[in-house]
Design a protein around this ligand. Sequence first.
Ligand code: FE2
Length: 451
Amino acid sequence: MNHPTDPHEMTQASSPVGTYAGYMPGFGNDFETEALPGALPQGMNSPQRCNYGLYGEQLSGTAFTANPPERTWCYRIRPSVKHSHRYEKIDLPYWKSAPCVDPDVISLGQYRWDAVPHSDQGLTWLTGMRTMTTAGDVNTQVGMASHIYLITESMVDDYFYSADSELLVVPQEGRLRFATELGIIDLEPKEIAILPRGLVYRVEVLDGPARGFVCENYGQKFELPGRGPIGANCMANPRDFKAPVAAFEDREVSSTVTVKWCGQFHTTKIDQSPLDVVAWHGNYAPYKYDLRTYCPVGAILFDHPDPSIFTVLTAPSGQPGTANIDFVLFRERWMVAEDTFRPPWYHKNIMSELMGNIYGQYDAKPQGFVPGGMSLHNMMLPHGPDRDAFEKASNANLGPDKLDNTMSFMFETRFPQHLTPFAANEAPLQDDYIDCWTSLEKKFDGTPGKK
Ligand SMILES: [Fe+2]
């Protein structure tokens, strides 16, 4: 006679089920985590008295009635209103917000920059941010800004949040720790992090100097792109996104909180660390993602799909299919298409494309687009492979070919990107970039069949 299996004979996973220490897997999940046992109320959000004498507080990233709403319940030592006092304005002259249209700067043109070098100045996350371009308008919550960060010093008793924006961080050199209200994210090159609007954190240098790129998203949050006919797998898979487990500190020390609000910076003095969330649950949280887990999909017989095939995250604009920002990744992959010009074709787009090189060599520009460097191809400005790339790709014997040692990305937006004075005058602009197309020759002579 068969008996039902005794559940006590089964081997059960230990709890929590995360397989990556310190983080919880999934994209936009309704997570729950507590740094002290019993700190998280069960079955309700707002008990009459919270365990440990904690204060319950909701952080909302969307309007209450958005579908789905994005919010997180925090159980903290002090409510956030105790981490906020009278504000005074401060100046961070290199961190710009849209609209930032300088009459002396020409944004129309194909631009490329070498990696911005480190200086001997001690720079933090706040003082080391260098805005390259802005697009849209921070006051109406549309558009974006792109930045380079150069960091040598950790923030100490110094905290920050942006009310203006969600930040997408793309390290290129060095390792950073984001100690946030909702937990700790350690970040290194080949990973990205997303820091939601309103989240308080400090940034520490684990291995410096640190350099990287930031996309500041003024609009609707980044989400996973719909895969359409590709189906349920490949590209960025939800399980590879990691949100931190709860972490808190109970430190009573004079501290500063800096707030970016409507493009301006303000500071306030408080008497303790604001990183005092002992437990939280919800779907509005920071996360990181390892770009090496991105599974590219491409042409397997002939021709070349649009670069949207490489979208990691997309921030909608309200007009379907037309992103406020697409974050697009060009990484190692096999090229197998037959009788095909394999690099990106020549094009002129309504979208504005800002690219950065994390490491290696980009196939459309074998020279000049260097790790740490950036390029900008603005709205309705033609561009494409340089002469060497064109000739090589046009004459190559086409067998299976691996593009190796390459990782570049694009912040693409529906809005034109305006250069800041820093990008135009101080950053290492390559004056000769436009010459990379000069030697492209006319091949047409009226002879049919000529290739
Ligand atoms: Fe392009």
